[in-house]
Design a binder for this molecule. Structure first.
Ligand code: URA
Length: 435
């Protein structure tokens, strides 16, 4: 087999076989196929597309290119959750303990943030002492003992995807549905769960800006998951404004605690309950999502999920005093009020811009090497649709570097639009995709 022939085949609109895809993925991962040939192949795929079978074969090949997690030592049906990424998205911090409290074993690997969206691992590391790496044996033991463990993704998980994604990133071949879906799902499949719930974000702060694109991505990922024998369900949710009130690592942990204590922002709470309901349904622990919904409401109300979060933080070395009193989590020298420049209603809060403003304060990474300021970020006091009067405080800015305040504050204010007329909020849950 020759890579040259495969490139030509795809360039001319042909279909690659499983054997050809395996040859190309393995050859590229072990360095036998050079970057320039794989780049040409990615561009050929970008223009010619891949059918369902090719997409599944590519995903499986990338999933099997490195370590795969064996979760068979964990009792029960494991369910993983994945979000395609958004601003203020602290759902994993909340949903993990909720699912564990409802009886789903949660053995989760998460990533760090790059750019304007934060990563779950960074958020957890804002808790003093919290450890995000552990031996696989301890990981499995913790899930069996307390129902949940959450660690950073190892470099050996789907290494083919890592290498191919880095190449796509610099060759303008990221935004192809099969390649995105395959990339995300390869990591989920390698991480071992039998059932997967996907939170596909849609809107200005998300990868997929339109419902049409979000739907196409959700359908593609659901087909891959089910094709690989994992029960997969996707929930498409709104990302036209930051999720919840907080944007920034420690601020988001504090907000997660509010939700777990049953006093969270309604839309964020609703999203966690909905995703949890589909996790219960997907694992067969509930016969219908509505039953799952009730069970998830219950674990918030009776504080079982909050107690689970405390045990989880303690098990991974984190200081639970910072969870019991979240003021101890935030160490910001400057807390600055941001005031409404006019009377009216908030008509939009461009999520991506708020994410960038938080990044400017140190909450996110410009490059892989950037150091984070865990306490930096924003706490919104008003959301889309809320009425405001001129001069009223609409958000708090948290910073530790004085010179970062003015530009970040301006960027935040530029992200907000006002209207004289009342504004209707977009529905939070846009669609659920399952087979
Ligand atoms: N996230 C991924 O993991 N892969 C993609 O291709 C795009 C987003």
């Amino acid at each position: 087999m020759r890579m040259y022939d495969l490139i030509m085949k795809k360039r001319n609109g042909g279909m690659l076989t499983e054997e050809e895809i395996n040859y190309m993925v393995m050859g590229f991962t072990n360095g036998e196929i050079p970057d320039y040939q794989m780049s040409a192949m990615m561009m050929a795929i970008y223009f010619q597309g891949m059918n369902e079978q090719e997409t599944l074969d590519l995903t499986m090949s990338m999933a099997n290119s490195g370590d795969t997690l064996d979760l068979s030592g964990i009792q029960g049906v494991k369910c993983d959750k994945h979000s395609t990424g958004g601003v203020g998205d602290k759902v994993s911090l909340i949903l993990g303990p909720m699912a564990a409290a409802a009886g789903i074993p949660v053995a989760k690997m998460s990533g760090r943030g790059l750019g304007h969206t934060g990563g779950t691992i960074d958020k957890l590391e804002s808790i003093t002492g919290f450890q995000t790496s552990m031996e696989q044996e301890d990981f499995i033991k913790q899930v069996n003992e307390i129902g949940i463990a959450l660690v950073g993704q190892t470099a050996h998980l789907a290494p083919a995807d890592k290498k191919i994604y880095a190449l796509r990133d610099v060759t303008a071949t990221v935004d192809n549905m099969s390649l995105i879906a395959g990339s995300i799902m390869s990591k989920k499949l390698a991480a071992g769960a039998e059932s997967i719930v996907l939170d596909v974000k849609c809107g200005n702060g998300a990868f997929m800006k339109s419902l049409e694109d979000a739907k196409a991505l959700a359908e593609c990922m659901v087909k891959i998951g089910n094709g690989a024998g994992r029960k997969t369900i996707a929930v498409i949710s709104d990302m036209n404004e930051p999720l919840g009130y907080a944007v920034g690592n420690a601020l988001e942990v504090a907000e997660a605690v509010e939700v777990l204590q049953g006093r969270g922002e309604p839309r964020l709470t609703e999203l966690c309950i909905t995703l949890g309901a589909y996790m219960l349904y997907g694992t067969g622990l509930c016969k219908a999502p509505e039953e799952g919904h009730r069970k998830m409401e219950e674990v918030l109300k009776n504080h079982f999920a909050y107690e689970k979060f405390l045990s989880f933080v303690a098990a991974q070395g984190g200081d639970t005093e910072e969870i019991k009193d979240t003021k101890k989590l935030i160490h910001a020298d400057y807390v600055v009020e941001i005031n409404a420049p006019e009377d009216g209603y908030i008509s939009s809060i461009v999520a991506e811009e708020v994410g960038i403003a938080a990044l400017m304060l140190g909450a996110g990474r410009e490059t892989k090497e950037s150091l984070l300021d865990y306490s930096a970020g924003f706490r919104l006091l008003k959301k889309t649709g809320d009425s405001v009067v001129k001069g009223e405080c609409i958000a708090l800015l948290y910073a530790n570097a004085e010179e970062k305040i003015a530009p970040a504050k301006q960027r935040f204010l530029d992200a907000i639009s006002f209207s004289q007329e009342p504004v209707e909020k977009q529905p939070l849950i846009k669609q659920v995709i399952q087979e």
